[in-house]
Structures are given as structure tokens and as C-alpha cells.
Design a binder for this molecule. Sequence first.
Ligand code: BTN
Length: 328
Amino acid sequence: MRWEILKLLRVQSPNYLSGEEMAARFQVSRTAVWKNVQALQAAGYRIEGSTRLGYRLLGSPDFLYPVEIVPGPATQIIAVSPQMIHHYPRVDSTNNILKELAGKGAPEGTVVVAEEQTGGRGRLGRGWDSPAGKGILLSILFRPPLAPSQTPLFTLLAAGAVAGVIKAHLPALKPGIKWPNDLLLGQRKVCGILTEMKAESDLLHYLITGIGLNVNCQEKDFPPELQQSATSLYLQNNKIAVSRQKLAAGILQEIDRLYRVFLDGGTDQIINTWKKYNITLGNRVAVRTLQGVFAGRAADLDSDGALLVEDKNGKNHRFLAGEVSLHP
Ligand code: BTN
């Protein structure tokens, strides 16, 4: 009922809505209404109460509450209702929480989002640092009808989606994707994506895509070792704060759209979206894999999303995973 009350107050804002009217609407006592208003206040909403006039909404916090980031009727698979979004003030890692939910049979499109992570994980065994309440930390569960070997293309999807959402919200910025799915602004990283899967031989049980986007972080929020290499939308947007709620809703919506394109066999569209933001192809790169480091010119992506790197004899070498350095 708390969120229903919020909806009513929002429609009525900046005017007052009487406690009596809300009590009648929900067929509860005025005390029950008051208790729910208190819960909303504790959640960060600025609600003024007047014995004579009722309640009015004066301001909302930029927390990633399900009702605030649910994309509404726009999505068909991901977060189609607020109940499919699990919000936590603090978790070790949203990917870990979603893995547990996936193991218990959570449906495709379930989302876990947190204000803060104490053990955020990055690619290649690294960590992911993000100050509380300043980034978007979210994980999405997919159960695509794919063989595990077909998943690399899937990892490009989320990067293309997030780049598109950044561009749509902040047209002056120029997000670039470093293969496979690091998002950079200028030379600095603004978003990282970690896709993990549970599979048995040829059967994919589920995929989890975890997105860490630095939204309103200031320089001092990054640990010293990242201060030269990390950035945030705030820092790139003339130090003007950006709504995390709008971005998160936009990301869920765009990933839902591209995922449906993907399921309909729109491989080219996924690759072309990725290429719109490409800063890898055409450049000299070094690709680090478990086998060692390979340097050459990033020539193209193949239809699986693999990176083709041309050696000095013009021969292409194919990489399905690895860490790319640009202009080594
Ligand atoms: C990388 O660039 O190394 C990937 C970083 C991915 C970080 C996100 S934050 C939300 C989700 N939960 C995690 O523990 N990691 C991902």
C-alpha cells in the first residue's frame, strides 16, 4: 500500500491529499495511512503532513527502488513488474544474489539492484568498487535458448544498450566500447559488465549480466589506483548530477528491446549497435588471454561476436575472450 500511496501523492503533488481520502480509498484507518507515510519518509521521500490539509510530496530520493526504475509497459521480458526487481541497500555482489535466486527458479528477466556492494566483482577475477548511492549496480537474469558456445555475442548486447542509453540521456557525451564490453568516456572507464553463466556441457541453465555504471561519483570516490583510469557520468557532464533512476529504467528497457532482437535472430543488429560505439576496431591492440599476449590490428567482429585481430602478415586471429589494451 505504501507505493500506492506514493503514486497518489505524486499525482496530487504539489497539492495536499487528505489522510481521510486515502484511508477511504484503501479502506483502512487514518493511522494505517500515517504509518505508511512514515515508512515512505524513512525511505527518503520528503512528505509534509498537516493535520488540516493532509499530506503532500515535496521531493523524492534518487534511490533505485523497484517502483522508480520499473520501465513500465515498455518491457516484455525484463522487469515487467516491480515484483521482478529486488532492491537492496547493501549486498556483497548483485550477481551473487541473483545466482541464488536463479538457483531457486527465479524467472527470466528478474533483476537485482543495490545501492552499495561490499564485494563487487569484475572480469578476470578483479573487483568492482563503487561508492554507496552513486552508481548503478544491477544484474539481470536471462534464460536464453542457446548453447554455451553461442553466448559471446550476448555479452556485446548489454554494452551496446548501455552506450545507447548514455547517449540518449546525455547527447553531448561520446561513449565508446572497448571489446568486448568496457564502456569508456575519453580514455577512462565509466561502465563494466560481467556476464556469468551456469551451464552443463551443452545445456545453458542461465546467464547473469551484471552492470556497474559510475553515475554520480566524484574523483575522490575512486580508490587512488583508479583515479587516472576511471570516470563517471557526473564528471563528464560538467559536474551536473544525473538521475540514476531514469538511467536504470532506460537500461532495463533497452536491454529488453535488444534481447528480443537477439532472440529473433537479429545478430547483425546487435553487432551494428555495438559497432556504433566501437573504439576498438581499426586500432592497434594487444589482447591478453590465458595463453599470453597477442598484438595486432583489431580488424573486425565475426557473427559470434569474436574479435578478429590481424597480424603483420594479414592473417586474422580469432578471440572469444580476453582483455584488450588499445594502442599498446
Ligand atoms: C568489469 O569491467 O570488470 C566488470 C565489472 C562489473 C561490475 C558489476 S556491478 C553489478 C554486478 N555485480 C558484481 O559483483 N559485478 C557486476
